[in-house]
Design a binder for this molecule. Sequence first.
Ligand code: FES
Length: 403
Amino acid sequence: MTTHPLSSQPIPNTWDRRGLPGWTYHSQALFDLEKTHVFLNHWQVAGHDSDIPAPGDWITFDMLGERAVLMRGADGTVRAFHNLCRHRGARVVDGPQGSCRGSIVCPFHGWVYNLDGTLRGPSQPGSFGDLDRSNFGLKPIEIQAFHGFLFIRFHPGPQPDIATLLAPYDADFTAYRAADLLPVATPHWTADLPVNWKSVRDVDNEGYHVPLAHPGLQDLYGRDYRDIFLPNGLNISIGRYGDTPGRLWSVRHYNRISRPRDHLPPHLAGAWAYYGLFPQIVFAFTPEAIQYYHEIPIGPGLTRLTGRLYRNPNETRAERLARYLAQRIDRDTSAEDQQLSIWSNESMRSSAFESFHLSDLEWGLRRHHDDLRALLPVMRLDHAPPEDRIAAINAEMLANPAI
Ligand code: FES
């Protein structure tokens, strides 16, 4: 067994094995706090440099009422803006991905913006009196890149810049040549699930369920799977494959076809590796491909699962086939996880639900809950406060940590 060079933070000898209380999965008032304190002020991944290779190319990213467009300018720089015309608020581009030729033309009344977001001019400018164009550019959004992946943040927040935050991943992303990846033909996928976003994370944040719930992954990894916990909400899960021929069709053929890539170090060469980022992003690397996936919360009981898939440049036929087989295994795994998320989420409405009782193998789930409690201490309360008091109680607990 080849171990990852990074060592994990230790799991405490004793810890509270309960998870978050059930009410935190169904409260609209808490969801509103999560919007502000967990999602819009934390880094969100929106795509990769290679999604928008030419000037005028764009991708969009929507979350919780905010709409972003990431566009490559005429100077080659990628910028992010609110996808919101300064005239009447229309989307200046519509859809997940596209390209503008030389300028952005709002589809409502035809205001024209340069590719750097500055306003070139309104249609019928004489009808606006004295309009100072310099005050009506598209509003910028903070954007930073890490090995080609494009991260945006709608509001300033507690995380450092993305290079500092993801520094522990730097060596592995370099080894995978992540900056050179290319999007596959289907640029992104989505699936809406009638659960709270935390129920999706709870399933994904631990490997204890893998042996029974995921026959494909179990067939692939056997026992060779481990979690590594790192500071600042980072975690790596890594499973090595190929030790057995594989019982399932996809695994058997994947093991036969997948080849370690020469440039990968031993700890990654025969492994599937998952790199997590708080609050809800995962980069999943195999030797043949990478996908990132994340949950976009829609409401307390509705979550959009989405992600994008990338491949190595100069992909061989064998790599393409291995990528197809890996996707088959992933597709089954995702469907299995979705069912587990639904069961977990609906259980919290039952009179029989008390709390989770977690294993050491589920420490990742507990750590995620602790990180959420640090941002929103009202989640420490076992019983649901009145909905109209949740924000005030949370503010009091933040101001007075002794409460
Ligand atoms: Fe964009 Fe009117 S809303 S031009």
